[in-house]
Unconditional design. Sequence first.
Length: 200
Amino acid sequence: MRLLLIRHGDTDAVGHYIAGNVPGTHLNDAGHAQVAALVARLHDVPLTGVVSSPLERTRQTAEPIARDHGLDVEIEPALSEFDFGSWTGATFASLASDASWGRFNTVRSLTAATRGELMLDVQRRAVAAALDVRNRHATGTVALVSHGDVIRALLLFVLGMPIDFYWRIEVQPARISVVELSEDAPRVLQVNGDNATGVA
């Protein structure tokens, strides 16, 4: 089966501050426009399921996709955003001089967010969720709507790359990465795509 790993559409937080895993961050106008374009691109892709993180911005991305395919959104808490602990709500500019933030972004395999998660734990829960989706949808194509860090963690796992290579993968809002999960080795078919290439 195939997973379409889709980051939520744009929000006012993207590139400015850490929204984290607390409720209250919604798509902005640009995000809604991105989702409308995404729905159009996926219209002819036969989806067998749509799974989403429980946060508003991912649900607002997943629901139009599911509606266009006559499906209900399956909510999966394990796909929720990275828990950034005390950094939640902080602007990236305010964190630039924070040494612990610098270490966190250099060696995520060993550095936990202050009172938050270790990225290896994010990867563990995300991979477990993806395998559970595969077990529920043995064939077909499932759209899995989540967050940038969660999708990077999944891609790094499938690619067999260390978690500290996090910055080598770009995952932009409303973009599609495609992973094939078969009984053989998993394969990455597309990363950060802006169309349906590789998903048919």
